[in-house]
Design a binder for this molecule. Sequence first.
Ligand code: HEC
Length: 132
Amino acid sequence: MYNRLKNSSIFASAGILALQMILVSGLDAEGDANQGKRVFQRCKACHALRPGQHRVGPSLHGVFGREAGSADGFDGYSRGMRDLNITWTEGNLLEFIQAPALMVQRTRCKAGMVNNEQDRINLVEYLKQASD
Ligand code: HEC
């Protein structure tokens, strides 16, 4: 329990830091969903957006507001993901994409290849619209 609390406060401060970086760097924090759709090509080999359509990774349909590691019918989660105990939000999804292994030890997700921060922001904006 203590570790969980400690971890979530680390994530929270990382989130605040990320926001500050966005503000000072002049990045467009709103994100552009059309641009984000192109970035999603890098996730598509493993993730579909249709409900229940799992590939190597779980369907990302309805991912926002869903508990991590809980997509119905997907049995390929790592222990770290199943035990993560967070609900996906824009903020923690951005952090996950930036450095998946920092958030989930030995995760099987290869989302960490989007190196450009604006690309990540655009991707999350796209997911917000396309995962509904
Ligand atoms: C090589 C396949 C692969 C690629 C590419 C990939 N992922 Fe994943 N993803 C997975 C797997 C497998 C899991 C389950 C991971 C685990 O349990 O550790 C996962 C889990 C996730 C989750 C957690 C879902 C849940 O139900 O809790 C999110 C969010 C996610 N991926 C987003 C992305 C995004 C965004 C990209 C592209 C930038 C991406 N992934 C690229 C395989 C992949």
